[in-house]
Design a protein around this ligand. Sequence first.
Ligand code: SF4
Ligand code: SF4
Length: 515
Amino acid sequence: MKQTHHSISLVDGSLPGAAINRVVAAMTALAVLLGTAAFLQLWPFRPITSVSLAALLVFSAATLWVSKNSSWKPTRVHHKGAAVLTGTGVVGLIVSIAGAGMAWPMVMFWLGIGTTTAGATWMIAARYAGAQRGLDNHGTMINPVTNRGATGWMLGIVMTGFYVLIYWYPTALEGLTRTTDPLSWLLRGKAADHWFMYSLVYSLAVVVMGVRALYKYRHVRYQQIRTWSVMLVQVLLAFIIPSILVLFQQPEFYFSYFWPLKWTYLWPGEYGIGWILESGGRTGVFMVFWGGVMSFVATPVLTYFYGKRWYCSWVCGCGGMAETLGDPYRHLAPRSTNSWRLERWMIHGVLAVIVLATALLWINSATAGGLFGSFSGAVAKTYGFIFGSIWAGVIGVGFYPFLGTRIWCRFGCPMAAILGLQQRFFSRFRITTNGAQCISCGNCSAYCEMGIDVRWYAQRGQNIVRASCVGCGICSTVCPRGVLKLENGPLEGRLNGPVLIDRDEVDVIDLPEFK
Ligand code: SF4
Ligand code: SF4
């Protein structure tokens, strides 16, 4: 029986063109205003800042407009121009790191980070704007960059190396950090540190590769809205707002992360709440209140109605990176039964550790350190080192080209563990399957970033109710037969729904002598 309760349509339909045109017009108008202000040397910014922002707005407006106008047919000149611009940007980045960034921060910022961003966006536009409308995964399985070839390995090593430097040898990136000084002064009122530089690079990666996702999935409304959501959450809640909070001497608080993913937000004392309240005053009280409500009220309620996708695929910064920068690598996800077993042990093990560490810290705080002394502090630091640095950062993102895009989400994230448990047992979310239409092509299983064998369910006509499913909807997007549908419906019949064909019902050789 097909269930059709409150489904989110995955059928053809991109964002309305008129709305996009209005956004493009508004961005262009703002760019003209900023340009005029720079020319007349007026408020609000220094001329160089105004010109920079105007250039950024014009570039974004052009990208948006091109993505919505399929009549644009890029020529070889575009492909080559984009490659040259990106190459120049990469050289600029290397020169910045080598020391030029310290001498000419603004120039090297535009030559390195700015030019790489512009070149990569242009390259993406030229690649997808001319492509046929519809899903384009051409070459993914044979391209060495996306299928563990030599260039894929090189990219993985560079990404992993970047994380190693950021966490343990930030001085090696001093030149690059200095190029972000002008932006840091503008947003935070002080010089950049390596975490500000990292946040900027992270946000730009989500935005540039988000543009790629917008192009690639431009025929699917669900993917369009979801991609816009992760891009905006990353830029606003995880970059601009925390920076502005610093400008006003408030705690650098991330409204899109909650305990247990951002474990310190519910930890006592100097590791979390104590620091927020002390440095934030009344704003700090609101932040602690926000963290508590999001962890204990909003999370269970939203997961009940929408499954874990509301967070993992729409809000979370780790998920945002996975769905944008990681999209070309989703097919590399380990999908053996052993990896599934390991995943369950690890993710629930991490959840147990974080719950225990939180309890220990609160007990220690209540006894004024009398029970455990500095032991709980050591637990906090060890957890941060192993899971915050090594697992979430170095392996979680650096290993995209080796092990696919959701390594951290599958094997390490305690938030995903909690959301998954609730999604499995107490949520209205499921993926329904119209098994009669399935042609067993395997696209859905191949592109599931969580390593779920979606086809197995589709062939049986069975609902997919898996703790690990992040509701990205890509299985449905790549299905050529419209078999899969992400839906929210009643709890009844969700887990034990009808199965069209069970494996025990089929005899491959149906001869009497085999009976
Ligand atoms: S089953 Fe589908 S929606 Fe769920 S994680 Fe896999 S591809 Fe995404
Ligand atoms: S992509 Fe669609 S048709 Fe192909 S195996 Fe999966 S459910 Fe079946």
